[in-house]
Write a protein that binds this ligand. Structure first.
Ligand code: GLP
Length: 246
């Protein structure tokens, strides 16, 4: 387990971007697992910059996003498909046909979950998985209490997640109550994982994930079982660490 502590969110983005560049430049086709939220924004800005400078190429890259809100149309401003198009896909030389985000408006969401898993399997699985972390320790939308062996599923969002994410919606009541999310088992199948975090509101989750017991009550703690995970954390999110923070 590698833990890198950075000065701030911008440095976290630069550090994670260097890991992305290394992986993407070391193989002809990279399968990326991608995340949304505010934490990945500096990373995506760096990747756009590197692509425009010709330092990394997305033309053969395949992507799978972690999650999507149930009930939001891909064109909805708060949908994760919209977020990805706006912050990354529309700004790099990626073939949109190679980008995948769970279908939040599928007629049969359970079937959509199974198909999502199958699509990942068809391309040989994820090479590099990016994760943020919820203030309650969730990864993707795999909330506390989700089985450590879970696969892509329809997830019920916890009240604390709905409250955290309501900042991005006009009204708290507009936040969907469910999402389609990769499972913890899905994430653990990736060859390499990078988890990024910043902000004091993440300090307890980071401490529980890195130094607490492996438990479904802190989904990110499952990463302790992964053989190649790098935690890139800004100083302001390290307040609860006793071992790694020193
Ligand atoms: C959402 C996403 C997660 C993300 C989390 C933290 O709940 N489903 O994938 O890690 O928010 O977001 P932020 O980076 O904005 O704190």
């Amino acid at each position: 387990m590698k833990v890198i502590i950075c000065k701030d969110a911008k440095e976290v983005g630069a550090c994670a971007a260097a890991i992305f560049a290394e992986v993407m430049n070391s193989r002809p086709t990279t399968v990326l697992g991608l995340a949304t939220g505010t934490s990945p924004l500096p990373l995506y800005a760096k990747l756009v910059e590197a692509n425009q400078a010709g330092e990394i190429d997305f033309s053969t890259t395949i992507t799978f996003n972690l999650d999507e809100y149930v009930g939001l149309d891909p064109d909805h401003e708060q949908s994760y498909r919209h977020f990805m198009n706006q912050n990354l896909f529309d700004q790099v030389n990626i073939n949109k046909k190679n980008t995948h985000v769970p279908n939040g408006i599928a007629d049969d969401p359970d079937l959509a979950c199974m198909e999502y898993e199958a699509m990942m399997g068809d391309v040989g699985g994820v090479d590099l998985q990016l994760l943020g972390i919820g203030s309650n320790g969730h990864i993707g939308f795999s909330e506390p209490g989700t089985s450590l062996a879970s696969r892509t599923h329809v997830a019920d969002l916890t009240e604390s997640t709905i409250k955290d994410n309501s900042r991005l919606f006009d009204n708290a009541d507009d936040v969907p109550r469910q999402a389609i999310s990769m499972g913890i088992g899905t994430v653990l199948d990736a060859e390499k994982v990078v988890l990024i975090a910043n902000g004091e509101n993440k300090a307890d989750a980071i401490a529980a994930a890195l130094e607490g017991p492996v438990t479904c009550m802190c989904p990110a703690s499952a990463l302790q079982m992964h053989p190649d995970v790098t935690w890139v954390i800004a100083e302001d999110a390290t307040g609860g660490l006793r071992h790694f923070g020193k």
